[in-house]
Design a protein around this ligand. Structure first.
Ligand code: KG4
Ligand code: ZN
Length: 342
């Protein structure tokens, strides 16, 4: 066994990202380089990610982002063991750009190509920086995803529950849009809400008292719209809406996380690891709510650095490397692998 060095490419949403990662046989991970070009500015005027704009931006940026990551790593394409790219789920235009870029480089360098599932990348992302052996629990909360996963081993994931409609980040973005706070909404809602009273308005906690780990956030939008209409939207009222909305999300995520941890049996006597990832995890109230829950249920909370919580290419390179090391590359795909939006 020898170390495996992979170039990873991520283009499934609104980040154009490339990274070079080395995985040692003993599981040690070295990030040799990582580059991200976020398209937030391109999408901000439309208050959301516009697929056509994303696809065009990925097409414009993919080559230079990859070149920059390679230059930073100090390696040549011939030094790589393989190339990995996100094959979905995601916006099809961007996924196609990343796949074509990765396949072309792999083909030209005579290296294997691995098609990586974006969610597998997120699932393995804590292993980039933390000692995080299988199995562990993962809560992935972003603009596109909101789900609890049991990560049992490489290629062995069990979805324990997920949102049945909007992701939590999407709810933040819609609330911000209703209140005229711009995009992305999460940071704005958190900032404005800091001055508000989280108990001022009672927003629904959908599915809170239903058994299981499914969540629902779409109804909150209607409730926020009603609250915003009810009176003059004074500064205080805005702050109260933001704070109260955020409190509802904190309650739902905390209660479901508590349940997930209680029901999680790692079976190795090594304790329960609970990983939280995704853009929403940067929210202070949500983070401290989850910290409390973990502490109360005897779990260790692992929060990867923000750059690995959001979409990034290092997690794609690592997923590819782990698959290559584990002999799972054929299952992952090859030059014939197609892009899968879902
Ligand atoms: O993981 P991410 O960067 O991208 C994907 O959605 O894949 O997550 C972005 C989402 C957006 O919906 C954004 O509003 C939300 O994460 N977000 C936050 C905060 N920062 C980002 N939500 C709540 N509070 C925040 N501080
Ligand atoms: Zn993602």
């Amino acid at each position: 066994a020898r170390p495996l060095t992979l170039l990873g490419i991520e283009t499934s949403c609104d980040e154009t990202a490339a990274a070079v990662v080395r995985l040692s046989p003993d599981g040690e991970v070295q990030i040799l380089s990582e580059k991200v070009h976020t398209q937030l500015e391109e999408h901000a005027p439309y208050l959301g990610v516009v697929p056509e704009i994303a696809a065009r931006a990925h097409a414009e940026l993919a080559d230079q982002t990859v070149a920059a990551a390679m230059a930073d790593s100090g390696l040549a394409y011939s030094d790589l063991d393989a190339v990995a790219a996100t094959s979905g789920p995601g916006l099809i235009g961007g996924v196609l750009v990343g796949m074509m870029t990765g396949k072309a480089i792999a083909q030209a360098a005579g290296k294997p190509f691995l098609a990586v599932n974006h969610l597998e990348g997120h699932a393995l992302s804590p292993r980039l920086t933390h000692d995080c052996p299988f199995p562990y629990l993962l809560l992935l909360v972003s603009g596109g995803h909101c789900q609890f996963l049991e990560v049992r081993g490489l290629g062995d994931y069990r979805r324990l529950g997920s949102t049945i409609d909007d992701a939590a980040g999407e709810a933040f973005d819609k609330t911000a849009k209703l209140l005229g706070l711009g995009f992305p909404g999460g940071p704005a809602v958190e900032r404005i809400g800091a001055a508000g009273d989280p108990k001022a308005i009672h927003f629904p906690r959908p599915l809170l008292n239903r058994p299981g780990l499914d969540m629902s956030f779409a109804g909150l939008k209607t409730a926020v719209a009603r609250a915003a209409e009810a009176e003059d939207l004074t500064e205080t009222r805005m702050a109260n809406i933001c704070a109260s909305f955020q409190a509802a999300i904190v309650d739902v995520l905390s209660e479901k996380a508590h349940r997930a941890i209680e029901n999680f049996d790692p079976g190795d006597g090594a304790g329960k690891r609970f990983v939280v990832a995704g853009g929403v995890a940067s929210n202070e109230a949500i983070r401290s709510g989850l910290e409390k829950v973990a502490e109360n249920s005897g779990a260790v909370l692992i929060a990867p650095p923000m750059r690995h919580c959001t979409d990034n290419a290092a997690m794609i390179a690592l997923a590819g490397a782990e698959r290559l090391a584990g002999g799972l590359e054929n299952e992952a795909g090859d030059l014939g692998a197609g892009a899968r939006p879902r």
